[in-house]
Every structure is written in structure tokens, then in C-alpha cells.
Design a protein around this ligand. Structure first.
Ligand SMILES: Nc1ncnc2c1ncn2[C@@H]1O[C@H](COP(=O)(O)OP(=O)(O)OP(=O)(O)O)[C@@H](O)[C@H]1O
Ligand SMILES: O=P(O)(O)OC[C@H]1O[C@](O)(CO)[C@@H](O)[C@@H]1O
Ligand SMILES: [Mg+2]
Length: 377
């Protein structure tokens, strides 16, 4: 079915991830070949909802020339925010308090006023929930999945994840040599609020001795035992990789800042917590490092550039075919689409019975729980 599109908008929302510029470039190149105009909204939807806050032009024309040479660059040329959900938009009151307002209908009207026929929304689980809400209000929308956390449902992988894992793995590699030389325990805290994909993959690739995931509440004594077993075998250093959302059996996540109006909770500090407990339990010298936003920065890997390009081109193809209210996905080697309603606001956790977790256990990596006998190296 012909979609009669002349002009589309692009938005990047949530935490930035390597590959966003490659996706933007792909959408613009593919759309231009169909004769469509592309307009990029700055800083999530703030370019339309709060244009005065944007330092640059709130809505920028995206041409083949303006996306030239951006595919290998980190970040997003459009800017992004994880604090501007249009359906729960934070509005400051006269008394200084902040309350949430539903500005979804107003946003759809702003699209119409600007003659924007459709939206390509590039983001994570939160962005897909917003995209679904706008679709329900009558806007033509296709979602493109990105996030370093890889926690979006119904797609095998999001772009950003591969680059984050590659960098985290390099960090773990580097920490091995210093930990080994100093006979220390080194704890590496990665991002990953509610899903431990980055910690699991970087820990596996980097040869960590313990990996702590949000999906497996851990017993610090089990981790200390694993360290002691290594010491007894003459391996005097240990590397522990912990996702920021990992937590002990008997307490919750370490929260830096509680959730507030228009913003999610901020996690951080589990690395330092584990460092202190392991030092006390083993008597060994222990240090922790937080990789944090370093995982989001820098250029996308070749894999992420290709997936981002394929997603961007597929989003245009999908709109051209008259589809709306869907997200493009990676399904094996193929690109497919799923209804936004099936991914909106959902989190894809690490399945405890997946082959990577099973392999970690078979290699003797401590996952912080009472693993089958014989585990540990
Ligand atoms: N286009 C947007 N404009 C403004 N705010 C947005 C937009 N997209 C997402 N947000 C906000 O950011 C939050 C997180 O979005 P999303 O889940 O897409 O990001 P993410 O990639 O998973 O990263 P993170 O959750 O860490 O921010 C959303 O709940 C919402 O409040
Ligand atoms: O510090 P910020 O930018 O608010 O976001 C941090 C969050 O972003 C994510 O990296 C996802 O992009 C989470 O893992 C992390 O908790
Ligand atoms: Mg998210």
C-alpha cells in the first residue's frame, strides 16, 4: 500500500548509544531516495515541546549532505534526553514543585502543523512506549531499537550493545594484568539497570571469575568463597564484573538517586559495596572501578554500524509499505517488525536457562548463587 509520505521526522530518545548517527544517516539516505524530506527533532521531543530550551535550531532539516560522514561517530547529532516523556512531561509549577502533564495530543498536533507525515523513533523500551502512545493518538510511527543495555524485548539485539561490550571487555582485559601483578581483587561495575547483558557478555569475554547480574541476587559469601578457592590454587587475583542493578539476596539495588517526577531512579555503587565486603571477608586488597558512561561513548563497532544502518533503512521501507505502530527487529539474520504494543515498556532480562549463563557455570564462573558442585576455578 502506498503511504503518501512527503516529510518525516526523526527522534532519538533515552540514553544515547553508539550507532545512533549510523541509524539517522541510513534513514535519511533511504528516505531521500524516495523523495521524502527528513526533519530531526532535537533533544528527544524537546525540539517541539520546549524549543526555547534547545541551544541549536529545535527542528533541523536532515539532508544527504548533513548526514555525510556521521556513520562512524558516537552520540547523536540530534541530542537526546531520558527526562522528557511527552505523556508524562515534567512541568515546573509556580511554587517550584514539578508535576507531570500529558502533552501527547499537543505533540501530535505539532507534527500535523509542520506537515510531518510520519515519525521514526529511535530509542529503548521507554521510547517504544512513547512511540506506541503517539501511534494510538493517530501518528504514523515506526520504532528503531537501540540501547547499550540490550534489554528491549522481541529483538535479538539492539545496536549500541556490541560497542559497549567491546569496550567493557577491553577494560576487563586491562584490569587482569594489574590485578594479577598486585594479587588483588578488582571489581568492575557496568551499566545495566535491570538486565545484566553487558556484565554477562563482557565478563565472559574478558575472563572474569565472578559475574553478578540483576537477574541473580547474590550471596557475597559465595563470591568470597570463589576468591578463596582461587587463592588456594595459587591464583592470587580475581576479577568480579557486577551490573549496576546487581544486588545481594537480602537487600535491594544500590540507588544513587530515587525516581522522581519525570525521571527514573539512578543506580550506582554496587561495585564499591562488593569491594568493601570482599576485602573484609577475604582480607585481600580490593579495588573497584565504575565504567558508567564510558560504555555509552565512543564510536560504534562495525556490527553496530551495520545493524543501525539495516534498522534505519528498514524503518523507511516499513513506512513506505504503509505499516505503522511497529518496531523493526533483528530476527536471526533477517529484519522483521513487531507491534510496538508488544515491546512498549517491557524489559528483556537475561534468561537464567540461556546457553551463555549455562556456559558461564560450566566454565566455573561464580554467578553469586549456590552453583552446582565443582564450580570455581
Ligand atoms: N523522544 C523522547 N523525548 C523525551 N524523552 C524521552 C524520549 N524517549 C525516551 N524518553 C525518556 O527516556 C526514558 C528512557 O527511554 P528509553 O528506555 O528509550 O532509553 P534507554 O535507551 O533504554 O535508556 P535509559 O532507559 O537508560 O534512559 C523514557 O522513559 C522517557 O522518560
Ligand atoms: O545516567 P543516565 O544518563 O541518566 O542513565 C543511566 C542509565 O542509562 C543506561 O545506560 C541505558 O542507556 C542504563 O544502564 C543506566 O542506568
Ligand atoms: Mg530503558
Amino acid at each position: 500500500m502506498e503511504a503518501h509520505i512527503r516529510r518525516i521526522a526523526l527522534v532519538t530518545g533515552g540514553g544515547d548509544a553508539p550507532g545512533l548517527n549510523a541509524a539517522i544517516r541510513a534513514v535519511v539516505l533511504a528516505a531521500s531516495r524516495l523523495g521524502w524530506e527528513c526533519h530531526g527533532i532535537r533533544d528527544g521531543f524537546n525540539g517541539l515541546l520546549a524549543p526555547a530550551q534547545c541551544l541549536d535550531e529545535p527542528v533541523m532539516a536532515l539532508t544527504v549532505q548533513s548526514v555525510h560522514g556521521i556513520g562512524h561517530l558516537g552520540g547523536t547529532i540530534l541530542g537526546s534526553t531520558n527526562r522528557g516523556n511527552p505523556m508524562r512531561y515534567p512541568v515546573r509549577q509556580d511554587d517550584g514543585t514539578v508535576s507531570e502533564r500529558d502533552r501527547g495530543g499537543e505533540l501530535v498536533d505539532l507534527f500535523r502543523q509542520r506537515g510531518l507525515d510520519a515519525l521514526v523513533m529511535i530509542g529503548g523500551d521507554g521510547s517504544m512506549a512513547i512511540a506506541d502512545g503517539l501511534h494510538r493518538r493517530g501518528l504514523r510511527v515506526v520504532g528503531v531499537p537501540k540501547t547499550i543495555d540490550n534489554d528491549l524485548d522481541r529483538t535479538q539485539q539492539t545496536f549500541g550493545f556490541d560497542s559497549a561490550v567491546a569496550f567493557a571487555t577491553e577494560c576487563v582485559d586491562r584490569l587482569h594484568t594489574t590485578a594479577d601483578s598486585q594479587h588483588r581483587i578488582l571489581v568492575v561495575e557496568t551499566m545495566g539497570r535491570y538486565a545484566g547483558w553487558i556484565a554477562l557478555h563482557a565478563g565472559m569475554a574478558g575472563g572474569a571469575h565472578a559475574i553478578l547480574l540483576p537477574e541473580i541476587p547474590f550471596d557475597i559469601d559465595v563470591v568470597a568463597d570463589a576468591v578463596r578457592r582461587r587463592d588456594a590454587l595459587g591464583w592470587r587475583h580475581s576479577i568480579v564484573v557486577a551490573a549496576e542493578g546487581a544486588h545481594p539476596l537480602d537487600s535491594g539495588r544500590v540507588v544513587l538517586e530515587a525516581a522522581g517526577t519525570g525521571r527514573a531512579e539512578r543506580l550506582g555503587g554496587i561495585g564499591a559495596w562488593v569491594e568493601a565486603r570482599l576485602a573484609a571477608a577475604t582480607g585481600k586488597d580490593c579495588r573497584s572501578v565504575v565504567l558508567g558512561h564510558l560504555l555509552r561513548g565512543g564510536p560504534p563497532s562495525a556490527f553496530d554500524r551495520i545493524v543501525a544502518a539495516r534498522f534505519g533503512a528498514a524503518a523507511v521501507r516499513t513506512l513506505a509499505a504503509g505499516e505503522s505502530g511497529v518496531m523493526v527487529t533483528l530476527a536471526g539474520q533477517a529484519i522483521a517488525t513487531v507491534p510496538l504494543a508488544e515491546v512498549a515498556g517491557r524489559t528483556r532480562h537475561v534468561p537464567l536457562d540461556c546457553d551463555t549463563v549455562r556456559t558461564a557455570r560450566e566454565l566455573g564462573i561464580c554467578l553469586g548463587d549456590r552453583a552446582p558442585a565443582g564450580a570455581g576455578r
